[in-house]
Design a protein around this ligand. Structure first.
Ligand code: GAL
Length: 801
């Protein structure tokens, strides 16, 4: 007999609701849907958020199996946004008031007789007028609606293991077992065994406990074990077996966990006593078109992007608990997670606050076995001080989990600190000032201090903004990262934010998008993404070499290019103009002294050419280059006095004449009306070329498709994957101002999520394909504006579980 049955397929759905529909006999028109599901498919942008605010009904029929006799049948709904009522065969059994946490309902006593069909109906209210968090005032993110995480039935014996909470330090393990289902009969025992989830390190000894109580505490020294670290996130399983008086197993629960120790103090954050500077971004769990409704592997892909593409060691799940698939993957990747209760600035009345406290309970009970979670956010994001409420949330958090600190995200300086860590949104950086405030100006606490947000609305940036803007966005992220890296009182930071997101009319750029991400909504990188990527070793992110400019003078006012940066995690970068070697750049050339790999300014595009080609004396070359740079920056006529003086000095020693200087300017600094130079950048790692970028006028533009997975797997439900679409020239340079449309079609057992024509934005777009329950070969065909077809092939596998 199956112990878990997924109920993700074959739901009937209606986004119109009336009471009559709750009757199992109700016929009417239903749409057939699979979960994860969004009540409304939304456009990419420029739509009204009222389109997903409604009352909907989901209905599913399932048979009472004969073998369920005498068992408990427990329904779990992973997430239903935002208020759910559960009906079985017309009878209301439960309601749940949080769109971001799971809930369970015991159906056992209400099932139809064996062999007969049950009608399970879930009424879902996605209106933002609900009196529950996060609602009540404006919110800077869309909240969508629907049943968007797995739904399943667990078949249990009358007494079963409801929960096992594993607490570890480096090699010690304690567990709290909660039994459910009435009095525990005499003679029942519990046995536990720790096994390695991956084949990592030794196997700790088993813990054997004999007890007959509803709560059982176990403890054991487990050694030798491999600690859960960022580099080697070793995972173990604690298998707990409940046995009856005859020694027969009546229930088994396996919980994955890691051995690790976490600590904050005024000197920073420590994982297993090793100080770690947290370097992260905030993640919203939304996607174009389907909002929150994306299956397991899409969640996993996001975690992979954060670790392998953005090189982070930490993510904040702003502003609510997110999918277990996402956090499971963070456990596997060694990506630390700060998760928090739903909410945004607003605190409601008494009932609303009770629900916020309830959300703390649900979040902690549901998520506390994830080793990656290092802190609970128990304040409503950016709310005002409210000692009564936050005393309750902190007390409850500490009671339910003694192993993790609490935080609570605020924008207030010197606010009341009832939490263990002062988590502060520091938006002080405006481009030319310090990246962060000094801790002493924010709080006088001796407790830990973490920056939970920065940048974001201070500098919204679209993939299709001009180059100077996109570059400034990247540099502002570098400025804050450098400031955090250089300040021992700051445990780390998470920037706002990883991905652009759909938002309400009160925020964003007027088209219902907040362009605050270092990636767009399809997870295409902006320049700022590379600033994060290069902070990681190439063994994690691969070799990165990105030049922030296309080196087209016409992109800049007056034809004056300035502020070009090299972003690389290589050892050095050699620049060639044509075939002439100009200079080798290294990290020593970066002004960012606290970052291992700071952006490197491309300050010299002339190298030794004045000497080699123009007969300038080596001793004068650098001074002339400085003059040329100043002329480029300020214009010949507006050149500041100090450069004029330098010029006079050079004139006096006959190093240069005005005419010559002018000639050099047109030759080297690019001229309006002249032909463009070609530049080649070669990145070196351990003496070998690992990456080459060529900036030269391209002759043709085509489509490049990329995807993170070509094998799609149906398990608990359908699978989906993103395909990124980018316009590139023949040198693989992105064409950021190619805004053409492409049309999409599929062959085989997949379907497109969203429209079948999409336009590139900033030279980039994306689409999603999903499986349809059938195995086979499939293909996405992208036809560009020139009539050219590009393909992405997939294999779909279906695993019955
Ligand atoms: C913060 C807020 C975030 C987002 C961000 C934009 O104040 O917590 O949700 O709105 O600003 O920069």
């Amino acid at each position: 007999m199956k112990n878990r049955i997924y109920l993700n397929n074959d739901w009937e759905f209606s986004d119109e609701f009336n009471e009559k529909m709750l009757s199992p006999k109700f016929k009417g028109k239903w749409e057939s849907v699979r979960i994860p599901h969004s009540v409304t498919e939304t456009p990419f942008n420029s739509f009204d958020e009222s389109i997903y605010q409604k009352i909907s009904l989901y209905r599913k029929s399932f048979k009472t199996e004969t073998e369920w006799a005498g068992k408990r049948i427990i329904l779990t709904v992973g997430a239903a946004a935002h208020m759910a009522e559960v009906y079985l065969n017309g009878e209301k059994l439960a309601e749940h008031k949080c769109g971001y946490t799971a809930f369970s309902v015991d159906l056992s006593d209400h099932l139809a007789p064996a062999g007969k069909a049950n009608i399970l109906a879930i009424k879902v209210d996605s209106r933002e007028s609900l009196d529950i968090p996060p609602f009540g005032y404006v919110i800077d993110y869309m909240t969508y609606g629907g049943i968007y995480r797995d739904v399943y039935l667990d078949i249990k014996n009358p007494v079963y293991i409801q929960d096992v909470f594993v607490k570890t330090s480096s090699n010690h393990l304690e567990s709290e077992i909660t039994l459910e289902g009435g009095d525990v009969p005499e003679g029942y025992t519990v046995e536990q065994k720790v096994v390695s989830a991956a084949s990592l390190g030794g196997e700790p000894s088993a813990c054997i406990t004999t007890a007959a109580a509803k709560k059982i505490l176990t403890a054991c020294d487990a050694s030798p074990v491999v600690a859960w670290t960022l580099e080697n996130p070793a995972l173990y399983n604690l298998v707990t077996v409940l046995k009856n008086e005859k020694g027969k197993a009546v229930d088994t629960k396996t919980v994955r966990f890691g051995f690790r120790d976490i600590r904050f103090d005024e000197t920073g954050f420590y994982l297993n006593n090793k100080k770690i500077k947290l370097r992260g971004l905030n993640r919203h769990q939304s996607y174009p078109y389907v909002g929150y409704a994306m299956p397991k592997n899409m969640q996993t892909d996001d975690a992979d992007i954060l670790k392998y593409e953005l090189g982070l060691n930490y993510v904040r799940t702003s502003h609510y608990p997110q999918s277990h698939a996402f956090i499971d993957r963070c456990d596997e990747l060694g990506l630390l997670v700060f998760t928090e209760i739903p909410g945004w600035q607003h605190i409601g009345g008494e009932k609303w606050q009770d629900q916020a406290v309830e959300n703390v309970r649900e979040m902690i009970l549901e998520y506390r076995n994830h080793p990656s979670i290092f802190m609970w956010g128990v304040r409503i994001n950016e709310s005002q001080d409210n000692d009564a409420l936050y005393t309750r949330t902190n007390e409850l958090a500490h009671k339910l989990d003694s192993t993790r600190p609490t935080g609570g995200v605020r924008f207030l300086q010197h606010s009341h600190l009832l939490e263990d860590v002062y988590t502060f949104n520091d938006f002080v950086h405006e481009g030319n000032n310090r990246g962060t405030r000094l801790k002493k100006n924010v709080t006088d606490t001796k407790k830990g201090y973490l920056i939970s947000e920065y940048n974001g609305h201070m500098y919204p940036t679209k993939t299709f903004d001009d180059e100077r803007h996109r570059t400034e966005h990247a540099i502002r992220h570098a400025n804050v990262l450098d400031s955090v890296a250089g300040d021992d009182e700051i445990a780390g930071s998470s920037g706002w934010c990883a991905f652009d997101y759909n938002t309400h009319k009160d925020f964003g750029s007027g088209d219902r998008i907040c362009y605050h991400g270092v990636m767009d909504m399809f997870r295409n990188p902006k320049l700022a993404a590379y600033v994060y990527g290069i902070q990681q070793d190439n063994s994690v992110t691969g070799d990165i070499l990105e030049i922030t400019s296309s080196m087209d003078i016409g992109e800049y006012p007056g034809g004056t290019i300035d502020g070009i940066w090299i972003l690389t995690n290589a050892d050095s970068v050699k620049l060639y103009t044509g075939n002439t070697f100009i200079r080798e750049y290294t990290s020593a050339d970066s002004p960012y002294k606290n970052l291992k790999k700071g952006p490197i300014p491309l300050f010299d595009v002339i190298g030794n050419r004045l000497v080699d080609e123009d007969g300038v004396k080596p001793s004068h070359s650098e001074a002339i280059k400085e003059l040329l740079r100043a002329a480029q920056k300020y214009g010949m006529e507006k050149i500041p006095f100090k450069y004029k003086l330098k010029f006079v000095k050079l004139l006096l020693c006959r190093a240069v004449t005005f005419k010559k200087l002018e000639k050099f300017y047109w030759k080297y600094m690019g001229s309006w009306g002249g032909s463009q130079s070609s530049h080649k950048f070669e990145a070196y790692k351990d003496g070998k070329i690992v990456k080459t970028v060529i900036k030269t006028p391209g002759k043709k533009t085509g489509i490049e498709l990329s995807t993170r997975r070509t094998e799609l797997l149906e398990e608990e439900t359908y699978d989906a994957v993103c395909v990124n679409i980018r316009a590139k020239d023949e040198h693989f340079n992105l064409q950021p101002y190619c805004q053409e449309a492409v049309s999409l079609s599929v062959k085989g057992p997949i379907a497109i999520i969203g429209p079948s024509v999409v336009s590139l934005k900033g030279g980039m777009a994306g689409t999603y394909v999903k499986t349809l329950g059938r195995a086979g070969k499939a293909q996405l065909v992208v036809t560009d504006w020139q009539g050219n077809e590009t393909y992405m092939n997939f294999t779909v596998k279906v695993k019955k579980i």
